[in-house]
Design a protein around this ligand. Structure first.
Ligand code: BG6
Length: 516
């Protein structure tokens, strides 16, 4: 493109392709870990999707950094292949050409201070060439052990300094720490170099439209908020079930487990968005203050509570979609006698006026029966007066389900008269499907997060206090489970809804999981 501007998006973009955003701030995006999976599958395709919607600034450049000693041309070829394979870009693609024209590569060892010294002139020359105004953001898609060190070295090389009217930001991938203590340590480490408003801790769940929609649904509609509390709500169930196993990530997962991998971050984000008070504005700190209050209000589990309010599981072999699935202990890079949990269920209490005595049941697991992420709000049953002769199981309580994925939408269940002479009540659903209204736009879920980072909006990123509050909520589980190794692993078959103890957890409260 000779004038440097991104090509203009076609007017007849697919349904939902209309946007009203402006291009982000001019900047260079430097990806650390540019040869990794995240870069290929998510970051590069997201940049393409942003370019398609004219949301990338015309003064933009991309610098890939990785240990591999490949040439700039080779990296560009790789990026083009990723655009086609993971971004579904056509062979003839003007947005891809535009992006590749401003793509550079810097090989190096992230532990070597010399690398950062050489990065400085590289960035300066890219900046001068593309008019990016000295604004850089560094995306740390590296191994988590390197997060602190890379930030430290960027700082030592003067690359995080914001004097002179430009900005410098660092995006840090998950996991942010391994437990409460290490998260605190990492916060301290990066806090010595960066101010909080330069740090963008990613939780990719917040990039999902349906997760963001929890806020919109609650606070842009007048009819739900008045009943969104302990007077009307019986309990909340949050399920994040995956059919996949650990794939190629056994090495990481076997040290992390389901609790660390999913709960302090993704699941507690869903909890806090569902439970928070209305913020005073949609400003980053206003929203995050309210989320943080919920995280702090989660009652810490006493060690004896862990035994009654939490369940762990590990999958044995089984069948999913008529295909045999191996046991967790037989997966690549997993210890054959591993005691790592691949399933966790937990009953949480939120200690505040809105939610006192309303349990939040959460569960997540690998190799479960169905891939589904949802937040189900179960309302209290109607009183019996009018329906004295109706068996209680026929009086279905209202249920509002926020379907996060894969079927994105919202449904509300209520009771209706079954046609006929007798008074018989049956449950019916009012359903809203995203795809019916807004079409299906290709998206990796990272587009919004990258755009927000380029525009300096940290609303959808985790603040230091939130990360620590998330870890505080799960730390008792980690401690008790470490001290008491599980005795009956594996305790659920692949392709099921988890161990029977998870059903018992609910049954003790005379409730049951909604297994969609
Ligand atoms: C990641 C976890 O953060 O989220 C994975 O490390 C998990 O184990 C994934 O599979 C789930 O994300 P999504 O977007 O597929 O629901």
């Amino acid at each position: 493109m000779s004038d440097g501007k991104p090509p203009v998006a076609p007017q007849n973009a697919p349904a939902g392709g209309e946007h009203h955003g402006k291009p982000a701030d001019r900047c260079v995006m430097a990806i650390f870990g540019a040869s990794g999976d995240l870069t290929k599958r998510k970051l590069i395709p997201s940049l393409y999707h942003l370019a398609q919607k004219n949301l990338l600034p015309k003064e933009f450049a991309l610098l890939g950094c990785a240990i591999e000693k490949i040439s700039e041309d080779e990296f560009r070829k790789q990026v083009r292949a990723d655009l086609t394979e993971f971004g579904e870009a056509p062979d003839e693609c003007k947005f891809c050409d535009w992006l590749i024209e401003r793509t550079y590569y810097a090989p190096g060892d992230f532990k070597d201070p010399g690398f950062y010294q050489s990065l400085k002139p590289t960035l300066e020359s890219i900046d001068a060439k593309h008019g990016t105004g000295g604004n850089y953001f560094y995306y740390l898609a590296t191994a988590p052990v390197l997060f602190g060190e890379v930030v430290q070295r960027l700082g030592d090389a003067g690359l995080t300094n914001q004097d002179g009217g430009h900005w410098r930001r660092v995006v840090i991938e998950k996991p942010f720490g391994h437990d409460l203590e290490s998260a605190r340590g990492l916060n301290r480490e990066v806090g010595r170099v960066l101010s909080e408003n330069q740090i963008y801790r990613i939780d990719h769940y917040l990039g999902k439209e349906t997760v963001q929609n929890i806020l919109i649904f609650r606070f842009s509609n007048g009819i739900f908020e008045p009943v969104w509390n302990r007077r009307y709500i019986d309990h909340v169930q949050i399920t994040v079930a995956e059919t996949l196993g650990v794939e190629q990530r056994g090495g990481y997962y076997d040290h992390a487990g389901a609790t660390r991998d999913m709960v302090p971050n993704h699941i507690l984000q869903l909890v806090s968005l569902t439970a928070m008070e209305p913020p005073v504005s949609f400003g980053a700190d206003a929203v995050r203050d309210e989320q943080a209050k919920i995280l702090h209000a989660i009652q810490p589990l006493a060690p004896e509570d862990v035994l009654t309010r939490a369940v762990r599981g590990q999958y044995g072999d089984g069948e999913i979609d008529n295909q045999k699935a191996p046991a967790y202990r037989a997966e690549a890079n997993v210890a054959p006698d591993s005691n790592t949990e691949t399933f966790v269920a937990l009953k949480l209490s939120i200690d505040n006026w809105r939610w006192a005595d309303v349990p939040f049941y959460i569960r997540t697991g690998k190799r479960m029966s169905k891939r589904v992420t949802e937040v189900a709000i179960q309302f209290r049953r109607a009183p019996f007066v009018l329906f004295r002769d109706t068996p209680v199981e026929k009086l279905w309580p209202n249920l509002l389900v926020l379907h996060i994925q894969p079927d994105e939408g919202i449904s509300l269940r209520f009771g209706a008269k079954v046609p006929g002479i007798a008074v018989d009540i049956g449950p019916v659903n009012m359903d809203f499907r995203y795809s019916d209204y807004f079409g299906n736009e290709p998206s990796t879920g990272y587009e919004r997060l990258l755009y927000d980072c380029m525009t300096g909006d940290a609303t959808l990123f985790q603040r230091a206090d939130m990360v620590e509050a998330g870890w505080s909520a799960v730390q008792p589980l980690l401690d008790v489970w470490k001290a008491l190794p599980p005795r009956h692993f594996p305790n659920y078959a692949a392709g099921t809804w988890g161990p029977k103890e998870a059903d018992e957890l609910m049954a003790r409260d005379k409730r049951s999981w909604r297994n969609p």
